[in-house]
Write a protein that binds this ligand. Sequence first.
Ligand code: KG4
Ligand code: ZN
Length: 333
Amino acid sequence: MATYLGIETSCDETAASIVVDGRNVLSNCLVSQIELHRQFGGVVPEIAAREHLESINEIIDRSLRQAGISNKDIDAIACTAGPGLVGTLLVGFSVATSLSFAWEKPLIAVDHLTAHVCANYLNTDLEPPFLALLVSGGHSQLMHFTDFVEAKIIGQTIDDAAGEAYDKVARLLGLPYPGGPAIDKLAKSGDKTRFPFPQATVDGFDFSFSGVKTAVLRCLEKLEKPWPTEDLAASFQAAVIGALVKKTLQAQKYTNAPKIVLAGGVAANSYLKEQMLSLSPVPVIFPVPEFCTDNAAMVASAAHFKQLKEGASCIAKSDAGLTVYSRRHSDKS
Ligand code: KG4
Ligand code: ZN
């Protein structure tokens, strides 16, 4: 049995969690900065980093307390190394490194995107292979997992991420940050056929969401106020989710993956789930909403499966140039 303390600070959530064997969540603690950033319409990196500093020690203490264990019971510390905001990542990474020295526990640095997919292992018995659709505020990727933590990227956005498109369109509509939950809710009472926003045609399994955002902007310029916000939200959502579902189903056919796994903040979207469940020829799995958006349980899970695969070689060494990263090399610029 291996107990991991997970730490996550890649954006605007300060999170710590205790997870056993990559699946059994003993505690999942989090302080969200959303209210603080809302007045700016998005995350302000400098403010986010300072807030992480304020909260991180208390959140780690709370995660241990809620799990009913002490630092002596931990086998390893896991933290996010990237992608994310460098200033915020550095807070979690520095604290994890210090605790690793002070408590004499190994440190395992994990990739945030892999961790999002690992959220699907929490409190379940899911096993690879599967096709994962990762849709967050910063990324939209189709990944073929043949192993617990290793995947081949077979498609990704060529411009905006799906969550980013939701946040930008919400802003145009005068809705609060983050835009995803607000649009999801409004769209439920809207007519999705009223504004036929375009789905971009992109080669292969890649996506593009900047066109639909511009189409909403052009439409608003012509509309008189008060805007039919529900219909606009539903029509925008139909275009974005329609593209995600179409490419995911094509990729499932191509890979012949026996399951589809959803991950990331946009995986909490009710219309995406409804569409995937009704149209997919294979089972569709998605995390409970608290594990879709940023959390530290997924980080602890990713570390466990990474250590199972790579053994001692995945343990971060202080003389090996420990570092955080804002983007993956494979990400398009
Ligand atoms: O995974 P996440 O918490 O952070 C990143 O790693 O980016 O994702 C945050 C994104 C935001 O863009 C937010 O608007 C979106 O997920 N989101 C949603 C929903 N809940 C969160 N998008 C659509 N529908 C939702 N219900
Ligand atoms: Zn995330």
